[in-house]
Design a protein around this ligand. Sequence first.
Ligand SMILES: C[S@@+](CC[C@H](N)C(=O)[O-])C[C@H]1O[C@@H](n2cnc3c(N)ncnc32)[C@H](O)[C@@H]1O
Length: 236
Amino acid sequence: MSNETEASGDLPPARRNFYGRIRGKTLRASQKDYLAEDLAPVTLNGVTRAENPARGLVDLEPWRQARPLWLEIGFGGGEHLVHMAARNPDVALIGAEPFVNGIAMLLGKIRTAGVSNLRIHPGDVRDLFEVLAPAALSKVFLNYPDPWPKARHHRRRVVTQEYLVPLAKIMAVGSEFRVATDIPDYVRQTLEEVPQAGFELVHQGSTPWEDWLSTRYEQKALREGRPPHYLTFRRI
Ligand SMILES: C[S@@+](CC[C@H](N)C(=O)[O-])C[C@H]1O[C@@H](n2cnc3c(N)ncnc32)[C@H](O)[C@@H]1O
C-alpha cells in the first residue's frame, strides 16, 4: 500500500506522475488522530477513481450551497487556506495537497479555527480537474509551488500546459489566479505559460495582496534572502 493510499484511505489515483514528497517526518500522535478522525468528514466524495471510476462531475452543492468556490493548490501546512476560510465565511474553499504531514497540520488548524467552509482533497490537484464543473471556480491560489530548479525538471512545474489548460477550463471567465514564488525562473515560466492557457496578467510585483497571509515557505525564503514575487492573472 502506498503512502498516498494510506492518506486517502482509497485506491491511489491511476497514471499520475507525482514527483513530490507524500510523507515527511513521523507524525505526532495528535496528527495521527486528526487524520483518523477529522479527514473523512472534510473530503469531497467522488474525487477518487474508486468512488467515481467514470470520472463524472462531483456534486458539491450539499456543502457548497451556491457559495463562490475557491481552490488552493498545494496548501502545505494549510495556514493560508485556513486564513482565507476564516476571513471569507461566505466562500467555499477546497485545498489539494498530497503531503500527509501537511494534511495533518491543516486538520489541526481547522480544529483550532473551527471553520466549516473548507474541504480537502488529500491528493494531486489534477484529480479535481476531471470532476469539477467547467467554470466552477472563481479564485485559485498557487503559493510557493515546488520550484523544480533543474532545467530538465521544469516540465514538472504546475505552471505548464498540462496543469494550466484543464485548470483554465474549471475557472470562470473573470476569475482570479494568484501565484506567489521566490524563484526568478518560476516567475519567467509563469509569465510565459499562464497567458498561453487563457489568462491575462493583471499585476505583478513584490507587494503581497491585501488579504495575504505569509506561508511557511515564504518565511523560509525570506530567512534565506529570496524575495517574494506575487503575480495576479485573470481568466479571459
Ligand atoms: C514548496 S511547497 C509550498 C507549500 C505552501 N503553499 C507554502 O507556501 O508553504 C509546495 C507544495 O505543493 C504540493 N504539490 C506539489 N504538486 C502538487 C499537485 N500536483 N497537487 C497538489 N499539491 C501539489 C507539495 O506537496 C507541497 O506541499
